[in-house]
Design a protein around this ligand. Structure first.
Ligand code: NCD
Length: 308
C-alpha cells in the first residue's frame, strides 16, 4: 500500500491510509526518544531550496530515531545549483546516494518533477502555495490525538488562506473525514484561491466563510492559525494592506468552547498574542512535536519497514 510511493499531495491518500499512518505514529510515539533500529543502513536525503526549521529537523530526527542516517543541503549557495546545475540533475545525484528524498521548493510542481526523475520515494516538504502533505498529516494527527477523532469537529482556519500551503493542504485533508463544518476566516485579500473554493464546492462538507473570528469562536473545536506568507506576495504593497489584520488574544478566547484547541504550523510571527501560549487552548508546540512520530511512520512505510 505504501512501499516506494511518493508523497506529493495529501489528496493522493485515502482516509484508511491516513488512519494507518496515525496508528503507526501512535506506536512510534510510545518509543519516546529511544532509537529503534528499523532503518539501519538507510539514508534519507534532504533537499531544501527554501528555509525551514521544523520540517527539516523533524525529518532528520525521525530518520535518526529509526536508526538511519541523513545527508542533505538547505543552502542552494553551497551546492552545484549555484553553478547552474539544473534541478533534475541534482535530484538524479540524490537518487543515487540515498534511499528516500525529502524536498522543499518555492515552485509548485517541483516535487512532482523530482519524483519523476528519482527512482527512490520523494516526499514533498512544501512546494509553492499548495502542497505540504506531511504537515497536513501531522495536523490531522494532532486533531485525532488531542480530540479523539476528526469526524464531527468544527474546524476554523484563520489567516492567510491564499498563499499558505499548510492551510491549503489541511483543507484538502479535512475533506477526507466527516468534519461538521470548515470555517474559513480571513481578510478579503487572503481568502482561498478560486481553485480551492471550486474544489470545496464539489465535496460534501459544509463551509462557512467570514472575516471575524469573534463571530464564530464559540462554535469551533479547532482553531488553525497561520502566518501571512509575506514572501509569496507578488506585490509588496498588497502585503502592507493585510499586515496585522488578525490576531488571537485573550479577549477573543473568553467566548471559546472549553475544549477548543489552537493549532499553528509555525513559525508564528504576531498573529497569536504571546499570553495565549500558556493557556489550556494552545497546542502548537505539541503539534510541532508530533511531527517526529508522524514522519517516522511515513518514512518507515515508504521504505517498506512499517508493515503494509
Ligand atoms: C509552513 C511552511 O513552510 O509552509 N511551515 C512549516 O512547514 N511548519 C508554514 C509557514 O511557513 O508559515
Amino acid at each position: 500500500m505504501f512501499k516506494n510511493r511518493d508523497v506529493i499531495s495529501i489528496l493522493d491518500f485515502s482516509r484508511e491510509e491516513l488512519e494507518r499512518i496515525f496508528e503507526l505514529a501512535r506506536e512510534m510515539e510510545a518509543h519516546g526518544k529511544k532509537k529503534i533500529n528499523l532503518l539501519e543502513g538507510k539514508i534519507l536525503a534532504t533537499a531544501f531550496f527554501e528555509p525551514s526549521t521544523r520540517t527539516k529537523l523533524s525529518f532528520e530526527t525521525a530518520m535518526l530515531r529509526l536508526g538511519g542516517s541523513v545527508i542533505g543541503f538547505s543552502e542552494v549557495s553551497g551546492t552545484s545549483l549555484a553553478k547552474g546545475e539544473n534541478l533534475a540533475d541534482t535530484i538524479r545525484m540524490l537518487d543515487a546516494y540515498s534511499d528516500i528524498i525529502v524536498m522543499r521548493h518555492s515552485i509548485e510542481g517541483a516535487a512532482k518533477l523530482a519524483s519523476e526523475v528519482a527512482s527512490v520515494p520523494v516526499i514533498n516538504a512544501g512546494d509553492g502555495s499548495r502542497n505540504h502533505p506531511t504537515q497536513a498529516m501531522l495536523d490531522l494527527y494532532t486533531i485525532w490525538r488531542e480530540l479523539g477523532s476528526i469526524d464531527g469537529q468544527s474546524v476554523a482556519l484563520l489567516g492567510d488562506l491564499r498563499y499558505g500551503r499548510a492551510a491549503t493542504s489541511l483543507i484538502y485533508g479535512l475533506t477526507k473525514f466527516n468534519v461538521k463544518r470548515i470555517y474559513l476566516i480571513s481578510p478579503p485579500l487572503l481568502r482561498p484561491r478560486q481553485e480551492i473554493m471550486d474544489f470545496l464546492k464539489k465535496q460534501a462538507v459544509e463551509i462557512k466563510e467570514g472575516e471575524n473570528l469573534g463571530e464564530v469562536i464559540g462554535e469551533i473545536d479547532v482553531l488553525y492559525a497561520t502566518r501571512i506568507q509575506k514572501e509569496r506576495f507578488p506585490d509588496p504593497s498588497e502585503y502592507e494592506k493585510v499586515r496585522g489584520s488578525y490576531r488571537i488574544d485573550l479577549e477573543v478566547l473568553e467566548k471559546a468552547k472549553d475544549g477548543l484547541i489552537i493549532m499553528h504550523p509555525l513559525p508564528k510571527v504576531d498573529e497569536i498574542d504571546l499570553r495565549v501560549d500558556s493557556t489550556k487552548f494552545a497546542r502548537y508546540f505539541k503539534q510541532a512535536a508530533y511531527g517526529v512520530p508522524v514522519r517516522m511512520a511515513i518514512i518507515s512505510l515508504l521504505l517498506g519497514a512499517g508493515g503494509d
